[in-house]
Design a protein around this ligand. Sequence first.
Ligand SMILES: *Cc1c(COP(=O)(O)O)cnc(C)c1O
Length: 458
Amino acid sequence: MILENDSLELLGAALKTLDSGFANLPAVTQADQSSEVARNKNRMAAVMHEVATRMHGNYPYFHPQYAGQMLKPPHPIARAAYALATWINPNNHALDGGRASSQMEKEAVAQIAAMFGWRDHLGHLCGGGTMANLEALWVAGQMHPGKRVLASDQAHYTHSRISAVLGLKFAAVPSDANGRMDVSALAKMLEAGDVGCVVATAGTTGTGSVDPLPEILKLRERHGFRLHVDAAYGGYFTLAANLSPEARAAFDCIIQADSIVIDPHKHGLQPYGCGCVLFRDPAVGAIYKHDSPYTYFTSSEMHLGEISLECSRPGASAVALWATMRLLPLTRAGEFAGMLDDCREAALQLHQRLVQDARWLVPFAPELDIVVWAPRARSASEISALSQRIFEAAAKNDLHLALIRLPVRFFASSKQAFEADRETVLCLRSVLMKPEHRAWLDRLWEILSRSADEVLRR
Ligand SMILES: *Cc1c(COP(=O)(O)O)cnc(C)c1O
């Protein structure tokens, strides 16, 4: 089999252990009555066959030759633990609905906070980076009512949309030629005195660029805004041993943020539906204050629903994350950190090969594990057309890349200039977020080269 399936055995064994905890209860399945699955076995098998066949319609996200968007399968332990938890199906909104899994969520979130150096914090899991950022900007808006939110023009588009949802004024700060927030432009915008929150991105979604947190923090001293760090994609790279000095300095400043967002469902080996928001000051919990007439009864301890905007939430997400971190703790130089080093090394090697090959234009070196590049041609429009064709040719050769539209100014320092007949240029993009990409790089390069030749020699 190409797909991992040993975790099914682990799941079967753990299910028996789970079952043994409830052995004192009378059996639900009567001896003379077959279970739901046994009664419907043939029809369920037919449906499952259909489901598996329908899933063939995906790109092979699990495979190293899928090197396009931010997609990869969860760790087998996360998959098994998530599935196991669904036999109970806890709801981490209230301790009444998710007693054990809420405790696991608190422990898992505390480990993530500790990864950034926070001993005290307030935080919880949520549906993803969008929801997590929404909560962070909501709190920022409550703390500085009427003031603006700023994020770079390379920040995730969710920030301007969330600001609109929350009724907050939003403005984009220009980025520099490396895709990072331009601090002098930020400084100018702050002069207006109406900024309540600056969103710094530690690893932009498009290019993995890391905003210059040390300089942004200096501006906070003068202007007193809240600093929110959107580390949805890049957060775990704080454990990596092979960051550039600039990126390292930025990650080392995250401890000074007021709030942080990180997505365990991106680099944290989790199935989708697992984001995390953290606040440095636990007192912001007061902003969430509400009374539930329904749910908060069985415990005087804090229910996660008291500090979360979402109500029902999958306890299974917390269980999967807890299990993954139990196996692969968030320690520097640990096994998990080594995976991030491998991803980054793969990106550095791909970048190196691209730079040494006359066929390609490369705007800047990767700061994380995302590489962007484009075929050389006379104009932005020609480059864009070629990128599209190489992307398609590679996919036919079973190498799945991604496309991204970048401002032409990102190429200002590339040695061979091209005619900027439009403001943006379509480029190739590869998110090398599977550690296996490092070992597969020769093969990925060979297919990319062959696909490019097919297009460029025609
Ligand atoms: C992915 C991402 C988001 C959005 O998070 P979702 O989990 O997709 O909702 C926000 N910000 C950054 C930097 C991201 O990479």
